[in-house]
Design a protein around this ligand. Sequence first.
Ligand SMILES: Nc1ncnc2c1ncn2[C@@H]1O[C@H](COP(=O)(O)OP(=O)(O)OP(=O)(O)O)[C@@H](O)[C@H]1O
Ligand SMILES: [Mg+2]
Length: 231
Amino acid sequence: MNSIIQIKGLTQVFSNSGNDETIIHQLNCEFSKNEITAIVGPSGSGKSTLLSLIGSLEKPTSGTITFDDMDLNKLKNAELSSFRFEEIGFVFQQFHLLPSLSVFENVMAPFLTKKVGFGKNERVKEVIQQVGLEHKSRALPSQLSGGQQQRIAIARAIVNRPSWILADEPTGNLDSTNSELIFDLLVDLHETQRCGLIFVTHDLNLARRAHRIIHMQDGRIVEDKKGERVC
Ligand SMILES: Nc1ncnc2c1ncn2[C@@H]1O[C@H](COP(=O)(O)OP(=O)(O)OP(=O)(O)O)[C@@H](O)[C@H]1O
Ligand SMILES: [Mg+2]
């Protein structure tokens, strides 16, 4: 399920020191699960805000975001939380791993308050293996390299088999070799697990390798073009 995201008239206004600032302007857009979409644009253009709105981490000031026929505006908070758990895997530039938990425990974390119909331990082991870090299961995040930490953050994002991976500058803290490895891992997940993939990046070389590149400026989409990847 969840093969299309439809965005209509999306507007986000933030209040900064009493002044209202429109960060996303009446944005209309559609995302397909079959495509890898890169979002690029200058700092402050609203890329992270858009990703947070799509992933329901924030509520829009106005406009709608619909996953197939499910309108996020119509979900109550508890339903939104379930929606995020079931459908969305977030990956962030700063990894956001819990420093006092082991690799295994970090990947298990999304399951802590949730019931699922499969063995949690087996699933956690499986995804850690999938990202190639089974030998680091007992390590703490501080004992991993940046690239390894991001692999674990990706394992945590996909542990519940989300329909979509939303990645905000997933390679922003990594050197070029690790950036390549992380990008290849995300592409592999898109292809093998059929996860929709939307990622924000400042790296135009990576953006070019998507199916589609959306260029944002001042809270608007100013360009929407094909990347080099073909479906
Ligand atoms: N919660 C918030 N409250 C007030 N203003 C915010 C909030 N979140 C973002 N902004 C403002 O919205 C604008 C867009 O921010 P956003 O983080 O979406 O930009 P970005 O394109 O991701 O930039 P970068 O490339 O630097 O990450 C910025 O001016 C920022 O200060
Ligand atoms: Mg950002």
